[in-house]
Design a protein around this ligand. Sequence first.
Ligand SMILES: [Zn+2]
Length: 135
Amino acid sequence: MVKDKSCDEVLYDFQHQVENSLLRHKSILDIMTKMEEYNSRMNRAIAKSCTMCGCIEINAKKQQYDGETFEESLKTISSHVKGELCPVCKENLEREIGSYLFYLMAMCNSFGIEISDVLDREYLNTKTLGFFSMK
Ligand SMILES: [Zn+2]
């Protein structure tokens, strides 16, 4: 159903559906604290994937950039994640991301911000900055 729509249509529909479904957490204070809650829940879902399930490992160390070009450097840099989320952990993380997005849309609505405008601006910034954004 959603996959038949363009990304812009999905964002627009989702943002405006959030506007019409928020009653209990309409206050900006509720929205701000709900975003913090779901930010923590996303991090917790990742931690539990590592420590409880074991489908991923996190091996963090200082990042090293090796390579003459951006593309070469990109191949040598690590996310520090080893393995892949199992279906259960992936579904858990997706659920938490979805809840976070709900409240992000609510925050945008509170201030009359269209999420598609934000994404367009960030896309252009990323495209313009290119290589220099990684430093
Ligand atoms: Zn897992």
